[in-house]
Design a protein around this ligand. Structure first.
Ligand SMILES: O=C(O)C(=O)C[C@]1(C(=O)O)C=C[C@@H](O)C=C1
Length: 343
């Protein structure tokens, strides 16, 4: 009988950055990596137990939170009650402009005089230090009439896009690899995708530009999701790393994600909720707010803290969460895992 490997669901199609994050964490000889159309499908696959683990983007160093993922954690209809973050990984994101080249540029200086160049990188009195693109196109871009990418990518490539592709129509798609797939199918050759170099190879697309991200250290952080009640054999990635039992003597090695809501009419409720971590010397490292979906202008807050929740209910994080129960209207522990951030 053929042994079935555990399924790892990720935001696909193949060659997305999330695929690269999944490959970074799960060995293909032990896991079946299965692409999903949307981040929501990844949550669903983990919650339903179809997948053993899920991989989703969470935040980018240039463009901030991936709001699609945060909004699934908001989970007003309570569709993902058992989803927990159990690990993280960081992937360097170097975007390329992919399409079909018409005419290579031999004289690179001509590009700056090209009508495609908007002049937005020219210093003016009101903007003396405009963002400069870090690279020039490898080919002429006059024939590009439409761009496809994941919404996160536009914000990571602002200087290049405003200098060389200003005014060109943009269409959001579910991932950067989906963008490359669509461009490959468009035989007019007038579309281009912001995507990865791996996607260029898979779809046999030309590089119209490379390294178009604004920041040379553009990095996206991904979460590995699991189902709380799932019986799971320890994997190489996790080998007790995210075991939330044990002695809490190692707070700096771990991170915890918590969401909470407060009573809008209670002055100080938000400040008091944020303050519960300080007496336990828990380092609050990030905060996000998303509309709760209950009434307009009411929010769900997400905080990350250093430390982990213990199953035996002892430890600083457990104590702070008990206090949060007194100041917040509702709260939810969304997981504790080992930090992979190397500074
Ligand atoms: O579109 C992809 O390839 C993804 O994996 C998604 C995603 C994101 O949502 O942040 C991942 C990394 C990049 O920051 C751009 C897009």
């Amino acid at each position: 009988m053929v042994q079935q490997h555990p399924i790892v669901a990720f935001l696909g199609p193949k060659a997305s950055y999330t695929h690269q994050a999944a490959l970074d964490c799960f060995n293909e000889s032990e896991y079946t990596l299965t692409p999903q159309i949307s981040i929501e499908d990844v949550f669903e696959a983990v919650q339903s137990g179809t997948a053993y683990r899920g991989v989703v983007p969470f935040e980018n160093s240039t463009n901030g939170s991936v709001v699609f993922t945060l909004d699934l954690f908001v989970d007003l209809p309570n569709r993902y009650p058992d989803i927990l973050v159990c690990a993280e990984t960081y992937i360097g994101v170097n975007h390329c402009l992919l399409g079909y080249a018409r005419r290579p540029i031999t004289d690179l200086s001509s590009i700056n005089e090209s009508p495609d160049s908007s002049g937005t990188a020219t210093p003016t009195i009101s903007a003396p230090n405009p963002a400069m693109p870090r690279t020039v196109p490898l080919t002429d871009l006059k024939h590009i009439k439409k761009l496809y990418s994941h919404p996160q990518a536009w914000g990571q490539c602002k200087a290049f896009l405003s200098s060389y592709l200003k005014g060109v129509e943009r269409q959001d798609v579910s991932s950067t690899s989906k963008a490359a797939e669509l461009v490959a199918q468009d035989k007019s050759g007038t579309t281009a995708a912001i995507s990865s170099s791996i996607a260029a190879k898979i779809h046999h697309l030309d590089f119209l530009a490379k390294g178009i991200e604004d920041s040379p250290d553009n990095t996206t952080r991904f979460f590995i999701l699991k189902k709380f009640s799932a019986h799971s054999s320890p994997s190489a990635l996790e080998s007790n790393k995210q075991d939330v039992t044990g002695v809490d003597n190692d707070m700096d090695r771990f991170k915890t994600l918590v969401s909470f809501s407060v009573d809008d009419d209670d002055p100080g409720a938000l400040a008091e909720s944020l303050a519960v971590f300080k007496p336990y010397k828990l380092n609050l490292t990030s905060i996000n707010a998303r509309p709760s979906g209950i009434v307009p202008w009411n929010y769900l807050f997400f905080v990350e803290i250093k430390g982990r929740r213990m199953m035996d209910n002892k430890g600083a994080v457990n104590a702070a969460l008990r206090d949060l129960g007194k100041t917040a209207k509702s709260w939810r522990w969304l997981g504790s895992w080992e930090s992979r951030l190397v500074r």
